[in-house]
Unconditional design. Structure first.
Length: 114
């Protein structure tokens, strides 16, 4: 597992490559939140660190928000950051976060780290 703890509480710039409402390129999944990555980083899968961007109600290309949690996948090596736009979703509890990302995380065993 990559040490994502250094991101918690920090402002993170996110590039969105799967905007809200778009379909996954390989699977029958529609993104219910903006989904992207942190540029110039490497995650456990050899790609950039993935991010669920919460608090944005329309598709965006880029955003900056505060990292409020990590989705740690117990059966996969691709953990995700949970980034919330300022004031919009910073106080979400674990249950609310899991509900928002369930469209994709339901296929994995995962837990939220803070």
């Amino acid at each position: 597992m990559t040490d994502f703890s250094k991101y918690i509480g920090k402002l993170i710039e996110v590039v969105i490559d799967r905007p809200l409402g778009t379909k996954h390129p390989k699977h029958d999944i529609y993104y219910e939140v903006n989904y992207g990555y942190v540029p110039d980083t490497i995650s456990g899968d050899g790609e950039e660190i993935d991010v669920y961007l919460l608090g944005e109600s329309k598709p965006v290309e880029r955003s900056v928000g505060k990292c409020i949690a990590i989705i740690h996948r117990l059966d996969d090596d691709d953990d995700k950051l949970i980034v919330a736009t300022p004031g919009a979703a910073e106080d979400l509890d674990d249950g609310a976060i899991m509900k928002m990302v369930n469209f994709q995380e339901k296929y994995f065993k995962s837990k939220i780290l803070r």
